[in-house]
Design a protein around this ligand. Sequence first.
Ligand code: GLN
Length: 433
Amino acid sequence: MEFAEKAKAYLAEIKKRDKEINAFLYINDNIVKEAEEIDKKSSKGRLYGYIFAIKSNINVKGMICNCASKVLENYRAGYDARAIEKIKKEDGLIIGMTNCDEFAAGGSGENSSFGATHNPRAPDRVAGGSSSGSAAAVAAGFCDVALGSDTGGSIRTPASHCGIVGVKPSYGLVSRYGLIDLSMSLDQIGPLANNISDAFLVLDVIRGKDERDNMTKDYGKISLEKVRDIKVGVLKIKGVEDRIQNLIDMRINEICKNNGWKKKEININHIDLAVQTYYPLVYSEFFSATRRFDGRRYGKKIEKACGEEVLRRILGGSEITKAEFEGAYYEKALAVKKIIAEEFEQAFKEVDCIMLPTCPGLPWKLGEGMKMKIEEIYAYDALTIPANLGGICAISIPAGKIDGVPIGMQIMCAKGKDARMLSIAKMTELINH
Ligand code: GLN
């Protein structure tokens, strides 16, 4: 199918079904024209034929990039994020901007100021967050691939809940230039896709050193390869529902048996502190990043127009960064972050990858999140946050279903080993999940 035909078909699907799913906050009605232009080109880029949905916290020139917040409701991006520039250069096209938790603060998609995203693969349940719309758009067949951002699980959790693939790259693999940050020392942009090959292609295009983000690093050429003799680290984290842990154990056994790989139980000693370490970092960095939303330059004053969770983080961040507490929270959290990173480094001397569930429970029913305690909601990220603290790469891939609801499995690899992680994932991919 020509690119323009495909774009037309996706637009029609979105118009027909997105009222129920609420994956998009902005649609690019110009996409068919843009596709026609590319169809006419004699030589085409690597992303020719790929239609993207982009999370609403990544700047795409001319499109509404409001972080699912009333604060930036009518903010139209004046430039392209680095990842977007690279996608456009390779002839990828953007069909619209997706729903998410406000400023990426959340794990269910329910914190959006424009209504929660519904899970296309599990009716009446949340899509997972914060990149809820990006995952739902891929799962619903509204696009080929999507970009999300992951600070503590926001790509992997919705990928798990929607039954697709989601990659959190190693910290520094993808430029954060043009990403509206939640927590600059943890955020990474990454792909959500139907399969590993698509996720790999997108990651290969968007990665790379960038003078606009001095934390980026060039990790050299990457490719998907057939991997052999893999030693799989099995990591157990407290709080996972038995039926989920059992499904993941079964998958790991199957994978090891089919490929002749060995497995080994491993421990990350400080992993139970991950959630408590993550929030002081996020609160402090988010508070600082939001000071520019003072109502003068962009949109409204954030404290006046934001939702409850964003306000909680701003107030909390302002409190813990006050001079009298200096060093008591942020610096302690940094110290534990470092320990967890070192423990991962140590673990990866013994094993090639680590496998574990993505989420401790099934996506909850829409509206249930509102009744949960904040500690319970925060604890839900206990399995995804460690990779962000460690700066390592992690992917969520479909592992099966429980009661008809998709369940994801994570594979983690050492920092910079993203291609190896995707190669391992490719060999474990379930067909027809
Ligand atoms: N759920 C986590 C949080 O609320 C992760 C968010 C994210 O990765 N953007 O901070």
